[in-house]
Design a protein around this ligand. Structure first.
Ligand SMILES: [Fe+2]
Length: 200
């Protein structure tokens, strides 16, 4: 796969990520989750505790990897064991521009970025178009769409969310099995595990 950003569609009925998160959080209107008064950290903890390993969510995640992501590659994948979860309230920044390789990720890893809310303008992820170009633009990603891009080759991050809507998104990394050379199924950064991998 070339060094570029690809936007693809998936069937929301078949992979109802948003509905599952919305149901477990008991928040129908995820765009307005900030109005409930809890800090972002509360929802991150809720995801870790109640969603990540939830049977329905995990099965959706695994099936998505097998049915949607794996066929994009010509070789068997090694994948992140659990999805990451991000939340960006209006007025918040989320994460500075970076390459994932700066955090210990393998340069051959590909990032999947899947928003649970409409991602548009400053409540979306910004990605440069070519390595080193730093021409960051916000990615327009609808529900039922996801991005796949090389996060260790294309710098990415966020700006302050000046919209009135929260952005919730999932992200996870995959890598061709033969390129996964770290020997252990875990990526480390300064002694901290940042992502566990498993064979798909
Ligand atoms: Fe990143």
């Amino acid at each position: 796969m070339k060094v570029r950003i690809k936007k693809l569609s998936y069937d929301k009925e078949m992979f109802p990520f948003r509905d599952i998160v919305s149901y477990i959080f008991d928040v129908p209107d995820l765009e307005n989750i900030h109005l409930l008064g809890y800090p972002q950290s509360y929802w991150i903890e809720r995801f870790e505790k109640d969603v990540k390993g939830n049977e329905r969510f995990y099965s959706c995640y695994e099936q998505f990897l097998k049915i949607i992501v794996q066929p994009l590659f010509d070789e068997k994948l090694t994948v992140q064991r659990f999805s990451n979860f991000r939340i960006q309230f209006p007025g918040n920044m989320s994460i500075k521009f970076h390459l994932d390789s700066e955090y210990g990720c393998d340069e051959n890893e590909m990032n999947v970025w899947l928003p649970l809310t409409l991602a548009s303008g400053s409540n979306s992820i910004y990605i440069e178009s070519e390595p080193g170009k730093k021409d960051y633009s916000p990615q327009e990603v609808n529900q039922g769409e996801f991005l796949i891009f090389p996060g260790s080759k294309l710098s990415h991050g966020t700006e302050i969310n000046t919209t009135s809507e929260s952005r919730l998104s999932l992200d996870f990394r995959v890598i061709k099995e033969s390129l996964f050379i770290k020997g252990e199924l875990v990526t480390m950064y300064e002694g901290n595990e940042i992502s566990f991998f498993k064979s798909l």
